[in-house]
Structures are given as structure tokens and as C-alpha cells.
Ligand binder design. Structure first.
Ligand SMILES: Nc1ncnc2c1ncn2[C@@H]1O[C@H](COP(=O)(O)OP(=O)(O)OP(=O)(O)O)[C@@H](O)[C@H]1O
Length: 438
């Protein structure tokens, strides 16, 4: 069914849904377009509408072949819409889920394209802030790039800039996609261009390995890993690519490559990567379990960080898990199962400096010590066994006494009559090696 958006556009059919709204196939004065109609609650937010109007010039002027162009922004009654270039293709998340990891050359080529788009945005003073596979479109109508890789375009600049207005994101909260969040965002610093590089290197890692370097398990654990842990190596990854990934995932933003450098370095690698097959890793393990301590994936929070973030997570309503690891940037609407087909969102309380300092120590302690949960279980077992031993001793003693009394009565009061022993012989207890440790 056709619907008018403003005076210039007509939309016909839904082609996708995201956290901020619904994407429609539409028609404008210059031909087909994609129209992202923002959710009602966002469209009725006067601050956001004001920002939408303010940002119009910046967003519509970002014109680069590796960026999905924003052609227009419409405020019309209850409708708030971004009119975009229509990309004939799919998003990178869908491609990854459908076909699995990329061969190294194709991964490098796709990420080099996105880095080109980012370089243009950064040069225009625009930081994306939500780089992730969902926001990379693969243009299947364009001739493929090196190694047959589809050409990529970065999208959703508008949403990241609009929704993350100061009033909407209080200084003590982080809104974002945990797997791709640079450590400085978690530590409360102002996001600069380097956060996009960190996120893009995370996407490159994911295209190659099938999982993100710090993702998996509880959101609190993911954030802690970004801040405190080094990047887990990817077995079999060519050295050149590994060096680029490590540099871009540096904890210090200033140590990361710039977007243009990243694109150039990746393209330098392309000839050496030609013909390499996709890495065969046990990557295709469940994202919920990646990196989580045994028995902890999806379970109760066990550390301070996890407790802190658990509060934030439960504050957003449900925490549904998905095949992919991500939680988009835009805060959730009130639960509406019919509308929200894609995913859940997270709004996180930012930890204090003391909490962050504590995470590093906790992280080290957890790596070197057996889990407290496990120790507590052993101690409980040992206590239970001691209690049973005393109980058995008491029962046997009573039985012995009763037998002795009976025998005494039977034998006319002589205690040496044939009767049950008056002293119970206790079995060795507890019987296993754990008792030796008591
Ligand atoms: N310009 C476009 N051309 C063609 N299809 C598009 C375009 N923009 C988005 N889509 C399709 O619409 C879907 C939803 O896009 P949208 O940007 O709303 O959400 P998302 O980025 O996937 O998720 P989220 O916004 O929750 O992070 C995308 O998966 C994509 O397939």
C-alpha cells in the first residue's frame, strides 16, 4: 500500500526494520529511494526533531561512493523520515549470518571500502559512532571488487548523530553496541574518530573469525574485556592483517590508524591475500559462550562489573539473545513484539573510575584463581559430609547403647552377655580424597 511522506516521496513496501524505525522502498522526484521512517516515540521527541532539522545540512552533504547518501530529511506531521540512496543488496550482518566468515582478501577489501567512507566522514567532522555489520550495506548491483568481494557502503550516520543528543544520553550513561565499543567510550571520554576505527577493526576481526574479539557472555563482561584485556589472536591469520587489526584495536585512541591509512594498509595486503580460503576456526561457537567463564554464559552476574551492568540491562526490559552479538545504538521503544523484529537495545550505566580500576584487578584474579563458585561448592560438600559423619556416629552410638541396655536386661544385668557391641565402630568418613584436604 502506497503512502505519502512529505510532499515529494511515496513509499510502497517495507524492505527492512531496525531499532530506530522501518525502512521502506520509495519513490522520489529523482527515482527510487529508501526511506527510513523513524519510530513514533522518536518522531514525537521534540528535542530529536529539532536536532533532525539542525543536522540536515551536515548529513545530506556527506556525498561519497562508499557512504549510503542521505538525500533528504522529512518532518511532516507525525512522520520523521530519512530519505536515502537505495542500495540494491544486503547488509553485512545478513551476509555473515547466511554465508559465514569471509576469505581474508574479501574481508580486507570490504573493510577497506568502509574505511574510505569513514575517511570522508571524518574529514567532514562527522564521527559515525555505531560502526557494525548491520550498518554496512553490500551493493550487489555494483561490479565486485578484488577477489570478487561485493562493494561496501557505510550507512546510518544520521541515526547515530541524531539519537545521541546530550539530553538523551546523560553523561553517566553509555548508549551503544557493546561488542564494538571502544574502551575510551566505556571510560567516559568524548567519542572521536578513533572510536570508529576500533569498531571497524572489530568488524574485520569478526568477518575473519566469525566472532568479535571481546564479545560473548554478559554485557558487563564484554565492556570489561574492552578496557582490560588484550586482543585474542586469530590462529592462521596472515601476519600483515593481524598487525593492522592489533594497531586499530589499541586501547589508546591515538595509537590507532586513521581511516585513510587503514584503507591504504588493507589494500597493500590484498595481493598477498589472494586465493587464501576462509579461516577454519572453531569460531562458529555460540556467541553467548564466547569468552565467558565456564558455566557463566548467560547466567547470574558474578563480578562487580557484571552486577553494575546487569542493573542497566534489566532497566531496559528484556535482554533477549540473538545469533549475532550486537545490540544497536538506539534506545528501545516500549516493548512491542509486533514492531521489533530485529533485536534488543542496551542503555548502560557508565562505571565510575574506581569500578573500572577494580575490573582490571578482578579480571587478573579471575584468570589466576579457580572460580569462587566452584570453591564454595566444594566447601559445602565437605561440610555436608562432616555433618553426615556426626549423624551416623550418633545413630550408631544410640543403637549400641540401646543394644547394650537390651543385652543387660536379657542377661540379668550382666554386661558381658552376647549382645551388640557397646562401642560403635565408625566407618572411615568421608571416604574420598576431598576429606584429606579438610
Ligand atoms: N539505503 C538502503 N537501501 C536498501 N536497504 C536498506 C537501506 N537502509 C537500510 N536498508 C535495509 O533495511 C534494514 C534495516 O535497516 P536499519 O538501518 O533500519 O536497521 P539496522 O541498521 O539493520 O539495525 P539498527 O538500526 O537496529 O542498528 C537493513 O538491514 C537493510 O537491509
Amino acid at each position: 500500500m502506497a503512502r505519502k511522506i512529505g510532499s515529494r516521496y511515496t513509499v510502497h513496501q517495507v524492505i527492512g526494520r531496525g531499532s530506530a524505525g522501518t525502512v521502506w522502498l520509495g519513490e522520489g522526484p529523482d527515482g527510487p529511494v529508501a526511506v527510513k521512517l523513524l519510530r513514533e516515540d522518536l518522531a514525537s521527541d521534540q528535542v530529536l526533531v529539532g536536532r533532525f532539522v539542525q543536522e540536515r545540512a551536515a548529513l545530506t552533504s556527506l556525498d561519497h561512493p562508499r557512504v549510503v547518501g542521505v538525500r533528504d530529511m522529512v518532518v511532516d506531521g507525525d512522520d520523521l523520515a530519512l530519505v536515502m540512496e537505495l542500495v540494491h543488496g544486503t547488509d553485512l550482518r545478513s551476509r555473515l549470518e547466511r554465508e559465514g566468515v569471509f576469505a581474508p582478501q574479501a574481508a580486507a577489501a570490504v573493510i577497506a571500502d568502509v574505511a574510505d567512507g569513514l575517511a570522508a566522514a571524518h574529514a567532514a567532522g562527522i564521527v559515525h559512532r555505531d560502526v557494525k555489520p548491520e550498518n554496512v550495506m553490500l551493493d550487489l548491483a555494483a561490479p565486485p571488487g578484488p577477489g570478487g568481494a561485493p562493494r561496501a557502503k557505510l550507512t546510518d550516520f544520521g541515526i547515530a548523530r541524531l539519537v545521541d543528543a546530550p539530553r538523551r544520553t546523560r553523561a553517566t550513561r553509555i548508549i551503544g553496541t557493546p561488542d564494538y565499543l571502544a574502551p575510551e567510550i566505556i571510560e567516559g571520554l568524548e567519542p572521536r574518530a578513533a572510536v570508529d576505527i576500533y569498531a571497524l577493526a572489530t568488524v574485520l576481526y569478526e568477518l575473519l573469525a566469525g566472532f568479535t574479539p571481546f564479545g560473548g557472555g554478559h554485557t558487563g563482561a564484554v565492556l570489561r574485556r574492552h578496557v582490560t584485556e588484550s586482543v585474542p589472536p586469530v590462529p592462521g591469520l596472515p601476519d600483515g592483517l593481524w598487525r593492522i587489526i592489533s594497531e586499530c584495536l589499541a586501547k589508546a585512541p591515538a595509537s590507532r590508524l586513521r581511516a585513510a591509512e587503514l584503507a591504504e594498509r588493507l589494500r597493500e595486503q590484498l595481493p598477498a591475500l589472494a586465493g587464501l580460503p576462509p579461516l577454519a576456526l572453531p569460531a562458529q561457537r555460540s556467541q553467548d559462550d564466547v569468552g565467558a567463564p565456564p558455566g557463566q554464559a548467560g547466567g547470574e552476574p558474578t563480578t562487580l562489573a557484571e552486577a553494575v551492568y546487569a542493573e542497566a540491562e534489566t532497566g531496559t526490559g528484556t535482554h533477549r539473545r540473538r545469533r549475532g552479538p550486537v545490540v544497536p545504538l538506539v534506545p528501545p521503544a516500549a516493548p512491542d513484539a509486533a514492531r521489533d523484529t530485529r533485536d534488543t537495545h542496551t542503555s548502560l550505566r557508565r562505571p565510575s573510575a574506581e569500578e573500572l580500576a577494580g575490573y582490571a584487578a578482578q579480571s587478573r584474579a579471575q584468570r589466576t584463581a579457580p572460580s569462587t563458585g566452584h570453591r564454595r561448592t566444594r566447601q559445602e560438600r565437605i561440610r555436608r559430609r562432616r555433618f553426615l559423619a556426626v549423624l551416623v556416629a550418633a545413630v550408631l552410638l544410640l543403637a549400641g547403647l540401646a543394644a547394650a541396655v537390651a543385652a543387660f536386661g536379657h542377661s540379668g544385668g550382666h554386661p558381658h552377655g552376647a549382645a551388640a557391641p557397646s562401642v560403635a565402630v565408625l566407618p572411615a568418613w568421608p571416604p574420598d580424597e576431598e576429606s584429606a584436604a579438610v
